[in-house]
Design a protein around this ligand. Structure first.
Ligand SMILES: O=C(O)CCC(=O)C(=O)O
Length: 188
């Protein structure tokens, strides 16, 4: 863990429970995964009556913002199996990925401040195609404490503990097309 934290520009301010590793996959695997994600029937992210600009596909489960409920989604496709095994290894003993979200961000698209739904426990994110600024904030009195992670293409992050429960995260408009695969474990 010390090695991974050392990759942060200012490790002492990193949210507790945030792990990061560069070059989690090879450039060839990255190209293959971008092709796989781009070939999915991606749909604009639905937030109740609103539509986000990013395009997504969920597997295992998906949160329905209109019904405000977790729903079953299509089964996780077999091409994700080896990657899930690697992510579970990164997460350590007991890590069981049950939900996948594939996302496509065109240039200029990002994601606003949020915390993931409480049905999910730990969150892992693989960045594909281009880097992004992965921002964190949490309220301290009437101010925001902030942290930014430069998430490189082919890198992975994990949010657990305070990074997952206390801090919000967001991604400002990306400067080049980016895909991501988010892997989530479920709360018991
Ligand atoms: O694209 C990413 O790495 C993050 C996606 C995210 O935060 C979300 O969909 O909740």
């Amino acid at each position: 863990m010390a090695e991974q934290l050392a990759l942060f520009a200012n490790p002492s301010r990193a949210p507790e429970g945030l792990l990061y590793a560069d070059e989690f996959i090879s450039p060839a695997t990255e190209r293959d995964l971008i092709g796989r994600v781009a070939a999915l029937p991606l749909q604009p992210f639905q937030f109740g009556q609103y539509e986000g600009k990013r395009r997504v596909a969920s597997f295992g489960f998906r949160y329905d913002y209109t019904l405000r409920r977790l729903q079953e989604a299509d089964p996780i496709p077999p091409w994700l199996t080896p990657l899930i095994q690697r992510v579970e290894g990164f997460g350590g003993p007991g890590t069981k990925i049950a939900q996948i979200l594939c996302t496509e961000y065109d240039t200029g698209v990002g994601i606003g401040w949020h915390r993931d739904k409480p049905h999910f426990d730990r969150i892992f994110g693989l960045s594909l195609g281009s880097p992004c600024k992965f921002r964190f904030r949490r309220a301290v009195g009437d101010k925001w404490e902030r942290f930014a992670l430069d998430a490189a293409a082919r890198s992975i992050y994990m949010m657990a503990g305070a990074a997952r429960q206390e801090w919000e995260h967001s991604i400002p408009a990306v400067e080049a097309p980016r895909h991501s695969i988010t892997f989530r474990t479920m709360v018991d």
